[in-house]
Design a protein around this ligand. Structure first.
Ligand code: ZN
Length: 401
């Protein structure tokens, strides 16, 4: 059994202990001490890291009553060692964890929402509430939590040895299956709940509490939140991002959203105008292609290379060139690629078959069936000549069937 020093003093960063066991494990050793301030991976949060007698400890886990410290070197059993935890990491996690207590209390106090899940990672933490809480509710929870943090209330942990002693304590949450002795963590003037982890001593040490995302989750709400320096760092990142956007629009930060909206509206209008201009241009293009169509055996044949026309426009142009008996083979040079489309009406040949000649000539991929087929290829030198070769081919197809 390892005496858990963090239960009575969460601020204890260094301690003396004796090595009880040391066993090889993976690429290191599992060291057990008679007493330890290291908090293990537990309750949805990561363990402490640090050193034991000069050995680096990168992982700590419970094994029943024992704490096993994963260290990078062996220490003989019986050695008296000095243990030291990475206190910056511990304090950051305590801020998030105590912040979780405060946010959970506020959600429960304001909306009767229970905390049903907590996860603390090294860069963010999540808190799951069992009820949907909307945007305004989240703001209210944040506001109250920050007010209570500013009150700098004492956070204390007390161990109750009997169920009798527990009666009368207004617990927000009694972890299921827990039996006495039970550790109750109380925030003076507000919260009380069962908990086994280390906390900051006063709510002011949590710093700012910020819920940065709240999404529907299993019928309730999953809140991603940041406390202390994490909240500050997030605010700095967001400020830099909004400043960059504001600079791009030559406006102030508080006008940035309006500037983005204005540009989005203008873009939408521009796209609409462009679509109308293309429609007029394509109608004109189709008309001029029809005028220069070659009559082969009573079929209007068009074979033409166009510039920078996308697949959708190519289809519209080809469609507009159709007559009672027609075959239009249109190409579009889009810079590094050539796209092509075959449209037909009133002819025997299937465009899905005819496109094989285009695929072969351009080393491209394409297919289709009946009166419409399309494909594309990497653009290579001599595309114009290839189009002329294909014109002769299709002329012969129409002549000789
Ligand atoms: Zn706790």
């Amino acid at each position: 059994m390892t005496e858990r020093l963090y239960l009575s003093d969460s601020m204890l960063a260094a301690f003396d202990a004796t090595v009880v066991s040391c066993e090889p494990h993976g690429n290191g050793y599992l060291i057990e001490l008679d007493r330890s301030a290291f908090f293990p991976n537990k309750g949805g949060q990561p363990c402490d890291t640090g050193t034991i007698g000069g050995a680096a400890v990168s992982d700590v886990n419970e094994d029943g009553e024992r704490l096993l410290h994963f260290a990078d070197r062996a220490i003989p059993v019986g050695t008296k060692v000095r243990g030291a935890i990475d206190f910056a990491r511990r304090f950051d996690i305590m801020q998030q964890h105590t912040g979780e207590h405060l946010l959970s209390y506020c959600a429960w106090h304001l909306y009767g929402a229970q905390n049903v899940g907590f996860h603390c990672a090294l860069t963010y933490a999540t808190l799951d509430l069992d009820k949907p809480v909307g945007h305004d509710g989240i703001t209210e929870i944040e506001n109250l939590a920050n007010r209570l943090a500013a009150e700098n209330a004492a956070v204390t942990a007390t161990i109750y040895e009997t169920e009798e002693a527990l009666k009368g304590i207004p617990l927000r949450k009694h972890a299921e299956g827990l039996t006495v002795p039970i550790r109750i963590v109380t925030i003076e003037g507000s919260d009380a709940c069962t908990c086994c982890a280390p906390h900051v001593k006063r709510t002011g040490e949590i710093g700012q509490l910020k819920i940065v995302e709240a999404i529907p989750y299993k019928g309730g709400t999953r809140c991603t939140f940041l406390c202390g320096m994490r909240a500050l760092s997030h605010a700095q990142t967001m400020q830099d991002a909004v400043t960059a956007i504001a600079l791009r629009f030559s406006t102030s930060r508080d006008q940035a959203e309006a500037a983005v909206q204005k540009q989005a509206d203008e873009l939408s209008e521009t796209k609409k105008a462009l679509r109308q201009a293309y429609a007029a241009l394509d109608e004109y293009l189709a008309k001029s292609l029809k005028a220069e169509a070659e009559d082969v055996n009573g079929v209007k044949l068009i074979v033409k290379m166009l510039e920078s026309v996308d697949a959708k426009r190519l289809r519209a142009i080809a469609g507009a060139t159709m007559t009672d008996r027609a075959l239009s083979v249109l190409f579009s040079d889009t810079g590094d690629r050539v796209s092509y489309l075959l449209a037909s009406n009133g002819i025997k040949a299937d465009t899905g078959v005819l496109i094989a000649a285009v695929n072969a000539a351009f080393a491209g991929n394409g297919g289709g069936r009946g009166t419409l087929a399309q494909g594309s290829a990497k653009k290579t030198a001599g595309a114009a000549e290839t189009v002329e070769v294909l014109r002769t081919y299709f002329r012969n197809v129409l002549l000789h069937g």
